[in-house]
Design a protein around this ligand. Sequence first.
Ligand code: C5P
Length: 223
Amino acid sequence: MKTVAIIPAAGSGKRLKSKEKKPFVLLGGKPLIAYSLEALAAAKYINGIIIAVEAESIERLKEIINRYGFKKVIGIVKGGKTRTESVRNCFRAIDKPCDIVLIHDGARPFPETRTIRDSIRYAKKFGGCVAARPATDTIKLVDKNLFVERTLDRKYLWSAQTPQTFRYDILKKALSRIKGNLNMTDDACVLERLGKTVKILKSSARNIKVTTKEDLKIAEALI
Ligand code: C5P
């Protein structure tokens, strides 16, 4: 079975409020992007990795890939205006059909080996799989003026993370069907629209996304 990993890392990183571009912000002395790359490169069931970054970051990313010797990287592409566009650009760079495509945020430095392995297994079995955490807060559905409409039942609420992993053929079809709205905050949405099955895989609490300065401090503490 052949699995290609896609890393969208072309976000503007504005919420981090850092002079440095997010993929290159140092975490424990190492660029943030090197963590997700390292974890995916170490997973024996991943055969190739394709990354999307902003056009002006491509050369720097190449330099990091050489410095750390990430041999599984088979493509670097220019990101799009939205995350979905960046994922689609990576998907198009897969040269020949594979079996499974695993998508993992460049901003999540600590995906567990178990999560990577099981998400591939679930994608094979169910078509699509999303790593997620059970909601710990009570979630309110509100109207546009921020008045509470109702409280959702926490038993059925999960926070979606990555990896989000899919059978190649299903993801291909889902991506080809998107018209207009290319702004989806996660990848499973494109499958849900097609009425396809997406299975939840409980991931570890360490699988955080670095979005703000506070997240960077938490990530430092986790190291
Ligand atoms: O914005 P958000 O935190 O959801 O971004 C998640 C991941 O998607 C990040 O790794 C970010 O770099 C990536 N992204 C992208 N292209 C965009 C927007 C976000 O690759 N246009």
